[in-house]
Design a binder for this molecule. Structure first.
Ligand code: GUN
Length: 297
């Protein structure tokens, strides 16, 4: 079998276009441009790349981008003061504090300080609890995007065996909750799991979010599975030349493509969906807070 590739770039562009259409509509109806605030602390190069991309896509979707860049030496009190001002600012619909934060800052305390109604990352314990209890709330962008990719190839996931490899608060745990809410039978595997290949071979749906390049091998994939590769790992690529690199996922794509029915590529799979879902969450948050109809993105 040669897997069909799930085109995250195209699906994300489609979602961003829906956000842009809703944004144009609320501008015409209410004279309001929803705002997304992004807070970056320090000089982490990967974070700088992500944040630049988020700001660009925010503007392209017709949303207001509010940017706060703090130095690497910023204190927790300084960051909490920024969050507090954004919470109180009625023109701000979404707040994202880019992670990781420098060591002197307690990330959990910062996340807990964000107004849950503006927590477009869905990391606040209130939103995590709402996801667990199925009571609404904002859902973390990467798992939400991964679910949309799954649903693009199979509308009804009920009864399927889903294996999530990775147990982070950002991806693994919320992904498991989303799949459970779709009536999958969910296993969360991780670095301490015994016989990971055997666990993966059970999966009709395999979500890889471990952050280890090409760790999941082709013969770990059940024939006909749907494979969602969340990993984005930069590895040396001597074929391209000395010092050159390329991006690979957590799955050995070439080998897995021979087993799976559907697979996401890296790049061009989950990555673009994360930012598209961030914009969608900003619209959802804006609509709820301002009393507009749910955009149903
Ligand atoms: N760092 C890596 N992924 C994310 C994300 O989804 N949100 C935030 N705020 N920081 C991140």
């Amino acid at each position: 079998m040669t897997a069909q590739i799930i085109d995250g770039t195209a699906i994300a562009a489609n979602l961003r276009a829906k956000v842009a259409a809703y944004s144009a509509d609320v501008l015409a109806r209410h004279g309001v441009v929803p705002g997304l605030a992004v807070v970056l602390v320090g000089n982490n190069p990967a974070s700088q790349v992500y944040v630049r991309s988020k700001i660009k896509m925010t503007k392209e979707a017709g949303l207001n981008s509010i940017e706060h860049m703090l130095p690497e030496t910023a204190t927790q009190a300084e960051l909490l003061a920024v969050v507090s001002a954004l919470n109180a600012d009625p023109s701000v619909d979404g707040i994202l504090v880019q992670l990781p934060l420098p060591a002197q800052i307690d990330a959990d305390a910062v996340i807990a300080a964000i107004d849950p109604a503006k927590d477009v990352d869905g990391f606040h314990p209130i939103n995590a609890g709402r996801l667990m209890t199925g009571t609404g709330g904002l859902v973390p962008c990467t798992p939400l995007g991964s679910l949309k990719l799954l649903q693009s190839v199979r509308a009804d996931l009920a009864g399927l065996e889903a294996v999530v490899v990775g147990r982070s608060n950002i991806v693994g745990k919320p992904m498991a909750q989303l799949l459970l809410a779709q009536s999958c039978t969910v296993t969360v595997a991780h670095s301490r799991s015994h016989d990971l290949p055997a666990i993966c071979r059970r999966a009709d749906i395999l979500v890889a979010a471990v952050g280890r390049p090409e760790m999941i091998k082709g013969d770990w994939i059940k024939p006909g599975a749907i494979v969602i590769d969340v990993g984005i790992n930069r590895v040396p690529d001597p074929a391209k030349g000395e010092g050159k690199t390329r991006l690979v996922g957590d799955v050995d794509f070439t080998a897995a493509s021979q087993q799976a029915a559907f697979i996401t590529p890296v790049p061009g799979g989950v990555g673009p969906m994360t930012i598209a879902c961030l914009l969608a969450n900003t619209m959802t948050a804006a609509a709820k807070r301002r009393g507009w109809p749910d955009p149903a993105l």
